[in-house]
Ligand binder design. Structure first.
Ligand code: G3I
Length: 377
């Protein structure tokens, strides 16, 4: 502690050992990593429709792949049985086409953000298996079919596992049974045979969940289904998971297909519980004592965040042959879901660009991580 304080003081005085908030105007993540993996960001509705020009400038300068933060989720695109709301998703896909970006689809089958009617019959009672299967088929055919040839890869099923590696007892599971997973991949394949198909989840660095994901993907592939890779959501903290834990999963997942880091952000705020990952039901009442940086991020934490990103990207670069894509879950700190999870209304700092669209030292750290990784090999 004392040592790190001294180090920090020395850095502040010398202003040379830390990462800086200024990068050259030409600096570009997608160029730095062009031989390694795609670099992306999740776009919200405003960004995807081009109504946030400062965000557009960042996105086009730094990223060559995009993901939809919300517009392709069931409740957004298919709010009622007979009603599809394609406008925002069409705009998202058009943005990707206009800027020549690899456009990801997120997500077709998830336990969350799926309206209640999906799981109910006309009388509001639990839907039977056949009805739910029919709804799944209709939804996947319509949505994946509409964007055939335009969406390069789909998170077909999202978050089907518990942290202990067992299958989540979602309504999909309890009504259809384990087979809902195979059906989803089969339907997606049929709707767009050329699109890549992924399994996506959080906390995949946890050994039991890692094994669960491997079991799941291998069992689908053993049935002859196409699953091209695993998306490891990167909702991580400043200290945890360790680089070694992330590395073990990257290596393990590379045995069954492509590895993607799909939802990267680093939470710097205190967590009121030991919960980690992205279980969106795990929320807490607002309490000012957990909203510690309302007037800006202290330089010490800014540098800690930058070093964490440097370490993570040095790892990604080391495994660049296995990793196909790295996607941040948001563009600037202002957009991040972490302003509202696990507590609503906090001021969060998980990304590479600040609330005024300016680069943070963390961007400098990621841009420099390639040379760090190369020199350490
Ligand atoms: O669309 C309504 C809007 O009509 C309403 O006015 C507003 C009022 O709060 O809410 C809007 O919905 C919000 C939605 O985002 C769109 O902005 C929901 O309340 C909010 O809960 C929802 O949060 C999203 C969350 O998934 C749940 O879908 C976050 O933005 C999004 O970042 C987050 O993303 C998930 C990934 O899909 C899967 N992995 C975990 C990750 C983080 O939770």
């Amino acid at each position: 502690m004392i040592k790190s304080k001294r180090w920090l003081m020395a850095c502040l005085v010398l202003a040379s050992c830390g990462f800086t908030a200024t990068t050259s105007p030409e600096a570009s993540l997608k160029k730095v990593f062009k031989n390694d993996f795609l670099m992306g960001a999740a776009l919200n509705g405003k960004q995807a429709s081009g109504k946030d020009p400062e965000a557009t400038a960042i996105i086009t300068q730094h990223f060559n792949t995009i993901s939809p933060e919300n517009v392709l989720k069931w409740e957004a695109i298919h709010p009622q049985p007979e009603k599809y709301n394609f406008g925002p998703a069409d705009a998202y896909v058009a943005f990707g086409r206009q800027h020549n970006m690899f456009t990801v689809g997120h997500t077709l089958v998830w336990h969350s953000q799926t309206p209640d009617w999906v799981f109910e019959d006309a009388h509001g009672k639990a839907a039977g298996k056949a009805l739910l299967q029919q709804r799944m088929a209709e939804h996947i055919n319509t949505v994946a079919g509409r964007y055939k040839g335009q969406i390069g890869g789909w998170d077909v099923v999202n978050e089907a596992l518990n942290d202990d590696g067992t299958l989540r007892q979602s309504k999909w599971y309890t009504i259809i049974g384990e087979d809902y997973l195979a059906q989803a991949y089969q339907l997606a394949r049929k709707a767009d045979p050329k699109a890549e198909l992924y399994y996506n989840d959080y906390n995949l660095w946890k050994p039991a969940k890692r094994e669960g994901a491997l079991r799941l993907v291998r069992s689908l592939q053993a049935k002859g289904l196409k699953v091209d890779g695993i998306g490891m959501q990167g909702h991580w903290g400043l200290e945890s998971p360790s680089i070694a834990q992330i590395e073990e999963s990257i290596v393990a997942f590379s045995k069954v297909g492509k590895v993607m880091i799909t939802e990267l952000d680093i939470d710097v705020l205190p967590n009121p519980s030991n919960r980690n990952g992205a279980d969106i039901d795990a929320t807490f009442a607002f309490d000012e004592k957990y909203n510690v940086y309302t007037n800006g991020l202290p330089e010490e934490v800014q540098q800690k965040l930058a070093r964490r990103y440097a370490d993570i990207f040095a790892l990604f670069h080391k495994h660049r042959e296995k990793i196909a894509r790295v996607t941040f879950w948001g563009v600037t700190d202002a957009d991040s879901w972490l302003n509202n999870w696990p507590i609503k209304g906090r001021t969060s700092y998980p990304l590479l660009f600040d609330r005024t669209y300016q680069p943070k030292p963390a961007l400098d750290a990621v841009l420099k991580s390639v040379s760090k990784s190369s020199s350490s090999q």
